[in-house]
Design a protein around this ligand. Structure first.
Ligand code: BTN
Length: 333
């Protein structure tokens, strides 16, 4: 009920009477009073005036909490339920444990601080408190494991869309948000988001997939090994934004695209949007695979999410995400 009260107060931006809240949620005045007090304790600037009711004052500092997230979510099933932890080792590890314990498809694990954040290829993921977004979504798809890698691309698309939407809502403009295939989000040639998808398979059947997303939001000092290639949204786009709103926007976009993906069975109807966001499109890239290194021009993705790279002799190679690393020829992007 706390999240619903918050949503209502935010929508109304004027006083809402205790009586109306009681009627709407079918609870006593004491229950409403208790919920309001808890929200105040969490840090929400709620004003209570006799005979008028409750009003949410301007939210100058964002409260990053379960109520904050739940009050912004507008999805049907993605992010339902959402679980918020002040601190975790890694949201992916937590999500896998919860999935093993039967958590439903759509369950979202969010934390403010990871003490053992994990990146791709066994790397760590810098995860300080109070600065960034770290979440993992649990899915139980009905398609086979061969399609799971495409989920990472879907999430990249959702993150790029979500950022654009959050910025557009406040009429903020910034550097364009791009995707570095398969799953990094970059602004101004620097990385602001990474995605780590992990899957549990039994025979030929997906038990669950967890998609972990880390987004650098506030200004921070990055570890030396990534200092030259990483940036954050505040710096790259020159804005302060609500982490809760951004997560809600990303999930809304993901839910819509995931359902479309399931209907089509591939990325055919989403590919054009993905390609339009591709940072390397029609640019020379350097591909590193098991056999060595070669150069070519990135032409976009195919319906299976493989990167199409045209080599000097005109051959189009289809690159599967698991096998390679692709770099811009002048650096990371
Ligand atoms: C990458 O190396 O680019 C992937 C980084 C993924 C980081 C996110 S943060 C939330 C989730 N939990 C983790 O431990 N990792 C992912």
């Amino acid at each position: 009920m706390k999240a619903e009260i918050l949503t209502l107060l935010r929508e109304r931006s004027d006083y809402v009477s205790g009586q109306e809240l009681c009627g709407r949620f079918g609870v006593s005045r004491t229950a409403v009073w208790k919920a309001i007090n808890q929200l105040k304790k969490e840090g929400y600037p709620i004003e209570a005036v006799q005979n008028r009711g409750y009003r949410l004052c301007e939210e100058t500092e964002e409260v990053y909490s379960l109520s904050g997230l739940a009050s912004r979510l507008q999805t049907e099933w993605v992010g339902r339920p959402v679980r918020f932890y002040e601190e975790l080792g890694s949201t992916n590890i937590q999500a896998k444990a919860e999935a093993e314990n039967g958590a439903a498809s759509g369950t979202l694990i969010v934390t403010d601080h990871q003490t053992a954040g994990r990146g791709r290829r066994g790397r760590s993921w810098s995860s300080p408190a109070g600065a960034n977004i770290y979440f993992t979504l649990i899915l139980r798809p009905e398609f086979g494991p061969d399609r799971a890698s495409m989920l990472t691309l879907l999430m990249a698309l959702a993150v790029a869309d979500g950022i654009e939407k959050t910025l557009a809502a406040d009429e903020r403009e910034g550097e364009p948000v791009k995707i570095k295939w398969p799953n990094d989000i970059v602004v101004n040639g620097k990385k602001i988001c990474g995605i780590l998808t992990e899957m549990s398979v039994e025979r030929d059947y997906i038990q669950h997939v967890v998609i972990g997303v880390g987004i650098n939001v506030k200004r921070q000092e990055f570890p030396p090994e990534i200092a030259s290639t990483a940036t954050c949204l505040e710096e790259a786009c020159g804005v302060r934004l609500s982490r809760c709103t951004l997560i809600a926007d990303i999930l809304e976009s993901f839910e819509r695209d995931y359902e479309e993906f399931c209907r089509q069975g591939d990325l055919s109807t989403l590919r054009e949007r993905y390609d339009a966001l591709l940072v390397n499109r029609d640019r020379e890239v350097c591909v590193l695979d098991a056999a060595g290194e070669y150069r070519g021009t990135a032409r976009g993705i195919n319906n299976a999410g493989e990167l199409l790279v045209e080599t000097a002799d005109g051959e189009i190679r289809e690159i599967y995400a698991g096998e390679v690393s692709v770099r811009g020829i002048y650096g990371y992007a």
